[in-house]
Design a protein around this ligand. Structure first.
Ligand code: UDP
Ligand code: MG
Length: 314
């Protein structure tokens, strides 16, 4: 078994002023216990990544900082994925493994110990997998199911009901760092790096303070990023539809020609409008999907930095 690792618990925070103080104390207590029980090395620490909060989150973090806590602050809100990446980048030289956890502490803290045990027994990635989704709204539950169905149909090997609660070993972080893309969807990358993955199931609690930061728009944008970043299937799907339509149109043309040659053509309204609408719709849809991929290429070629750090505390 591996020795007790140097652990960093990475906590992305965005406008969490209502609940962050609670989180600071609970996590501090947790890391002290882990150190006391020799489950992690004494150098282990908690890293809060303030994702450009516009409320007092950063001040609360700074004013209540314990010695085993560090804070970095991004200049603007970049989203949870990038806040996590910023955290991973920041700690990767100084730790053996990291555990990322949401700042609302909906995830079960007792799972952390199990994650550490799995790591010490050889796992490189340990994913927290939710056994319940009753803390989500009806709408989020349905859309999440649909999302996994689409990903599954496109052969993207996602771990179902795993969000961002996970342990990553140093090797996993290094491998993850080899993916230079800007359109990052961490969950989709994990299975690709081919290291030993273990899942641990747990029950997620309700958010106690503050509101969810994932509006419908943000969820949709994350889902579209997830789909288009990992699969060209939508483009292929459109090509197939286009091909089928082309064949059907050939048959229709023969039919129209025969009717025309027999001389019993009636100035047709339906035969003009129907294909017009149908093809118009398909074309617009196709353009949209292709546009989505071109937008991806556009952002990738710019190679802009993913985030900027404005403050470092600790
Ligand atoms: N978060 C973030 N940046 C964002 C949105 C969210 O760092 O732009 C953080 C947020 O503070 C929380 C975590 O990501 O710690 C998960 O967000 P939330 O709990 O709102 O998501 P939900 O649990 O509702 O899916
Ligand atoms: Mg939450």
């Amino acid at each position: 078994m591996k020795p007790a690792p140097i652990l960093s618990i990475i906590v992305p925070c965005y406008n969490e002023e209502e609940g962050i103080l609670d989180t600071i104390h609970k996590l501090e207590f947790l890391i002290c216990e882990l150190k006391k029980d020799n489950l992690v090395a004494a150098e282990s620490f908690i890293l809060f990544v303030d994702d450009g909060s516009i409320d007092s989150t950063f001040d609360v973090l700074r004013n209540n900082k314990h010695s085993s806590q560090k804070i970095i602050r991004l200049t603007t809100n970049k989203g949870q994925q990038f806040a996590l990446l910023a955290g991973l980048d920041y700690v990767k030289e100084s730790v053996d493994c990291t555990i990322s956890i949401d700042s609302d502490l909906q995830d079960d803290l007792t799972v952390i110990e199990k994650m550490l045990m799995a790591y010490r027994k050889g796992a490189e990635i340990v994913c927290g997998v939710r056994s319940n989704r009753d803390t989500d709204s009806f709408f989020k539950r349905r859309t999440a199911k649909l999302f996994y169905k689409i990903m599954h149909a496109m052969d993207v090997p996602l771990i179902e009901n795993h969000s961002e609660f996970r342990l990553l070993s140093k090797d996993a972080i290094i491998e993850l760092g080899k993916y230079k893309e800007r359109n990052v969807f961490l969950r989709g990358l994990l299975p690709l790096i081919n290291l030993k993955i273990v899942s641990i199931s747990y029950t997620q609690n309700k958010r106690l303070k503050g509101e969810t930061k994932y509006s419908f728009g943000r969820l949709l944008s994350l889902a579209i990023r997830g789909i288009t970043s990992y699969s060209n299937a939508p483009i292929r799907f459109i090509m197939i539809i286009g091909f089928i339509l082309f064949i059907l149109t050939m048959f229709q043309s023969v039919y129209v020609l025969v009717v025309y040659l027999r001389g019993n053509t009636v100035p047709g309204w339906a035969s003009i409008t129907l294909p017009l609408c149908f093809l118009g719709g398909i074309q617009l849809m196709s353009l949209g999907v292709i546009g989505e991929y071109i937008a991806k290429i556009y952002t990738e070629t710019k190679q802009r930095p993913l985030y900027h750090i404005s403050d470092i505390v600790g």
